[in-house]
Design a protein around this ligand. Structure first.
Ligand SMILES: [Zn+2]
Length: 222
């Protein structure tokens, strides 16, 4: 009896959560329809597109700022042109003996709402009124690893840190960390991305405006 009641109550609450910020995030059917006229809008699986890259999807674990598991599946999707640009960046890194490691890519809009409601500071979490570029399949949280050891290169902070040392312009004393951060940013920016001013690991694809905010779970994309 209790379960039925909870279930009945949950449905309207969830619908409300997706619309209360007035943003029209597209769902699976609208996304599928958009592909007919815009095949470049396809979300592709980065684990297939970037076979040499590493993946540690932080929101599929409890090791993230919310300390809870946000995703049921550890998946990394991005729009096709984003994946193509990322492949070019990967080729540049490989020439230097490094490889990309992805922490997060496409993120359903419902997760952005959850982040905002956990942590209201929009310096570090996207505003649900606008959505995140992750919601558009146009942003990546990432670092670089040594190709042989797969170990992450030392960076100014951990991924998902809310410290000012995470800012790409932070004056980092450690020359190795500073050099690694600057290398990551320069290669990504050369390949069509822009670093976010408060997070050295977050990169927006320059053409993000053409892609809608989506609220489609990984399970629906499989
Ligand atoms: Zn990000």
């Amino acid at each position: 009896m209790k379960r039925i009641l909870v279930g009945a109550l949950l449905v309207p609450v969830l619908c409300y959560a997706q619309n209360k910020y007035g943003l029209d995030a597209i769902r699976l059917k609208e996304y599928q329809a958009s592909l007919a006229s815009h095949p470049e809008k396809e979300l592709v699986d980065l684990q297939k597109e970037l076979p040499g890259a590493e993946f540690r999807i932080g929101y599929a674990t409890t090791e993230n700022f919310t300390k809870t598991k946000i995703y049921n599946l550890a998946k990394a999707y991005a729009r096709k042109p984003v994946a193509e640009a990322l492949k070019r960046a990967q080729a540049d890194f490989v020439k230097m003996g490094y490889s990309i490691k992805i922490y997060d890519a496409y993120r359903p809009y419902s997760a952005t709402v959850k982040f905002y409601e956990t942590y209201h500071d929009t310096t570090y979490v996207a505003s649900p009124y606008k959505g995140s570029r992750h919601n558009r399949g146009c942003a990546l949280d990432m670092t670089i690893v040594d190709m042989k050891t797969k170990k992450e290169l030392p960076m100014p902070t951990e991924w998902d840190s809310f410290s000012t040392d995470a800012w790409p312009k932070a004056d980092i004393k450690d020359p190795v960390k500073r050099k690694n951060r600057d290398l990551l940013i320069s290669v990504m920016e050369k390949n069509g991305f822009r670093v976010y001013e408060h997070e050295w690991w977050h990169f927006d694809f320059v053409g993000w405006r053409k892609f809608e905010v989506m609220d489609i779970d990984f399970e629906e994309l499989k």
